[in-house]
Design a protein around this ligand. Sequence first.
Ligand code: DQA
Length: 153
Amino acid sequence: MSRPLVAVLNGPNLNLLGRREPALYGHETLADVEELCRRTADRHGCDVDLRQTNHEGVLVDWVQELRESAAGFVVNAGAYTHTSIALRDALVTVPGPVVEVHLTNVHAREDFRHRSYLADVVAAVVAGLGPAGYAAAVEYVATRATRSAVAPA
Ligand code: DQA
């Protein structure tokens, strides 16, 4: 039987992690963060689908593609968090839990980062924990997925 799938979507500029404003975002790369997600999901009996794009419409396409097959989503939409009604509308259609993640504490930063178009339609928001926030979010989604799975007869 296939294992539940946790979709981990990263938005614009997160491909530059490790090289992008390291004082703010740290020295770990996206590959490091994705490996952490993979290990966390695996520990909870889940697989991961790890994706990054700089394009808003691609994020919407991926949510539509995975909304039925993924047990839940972990999403760091980067700056689209603060601008994208399209991504919000897509995430509302997801039956499983969605967790919004930010490496930094967006509430301690510029005013325009305090507003999230996603926060009130997701199960949880994790901000300011760095890469550990992804692990917490993956663990939450994976635990929900495996708990609700039908036990084999
Ligand atoms: C971010 C915070 C956003 O405001 C910013 O645009 C990002 C990264 C974070 O992970 O802290 O690109 O989502």
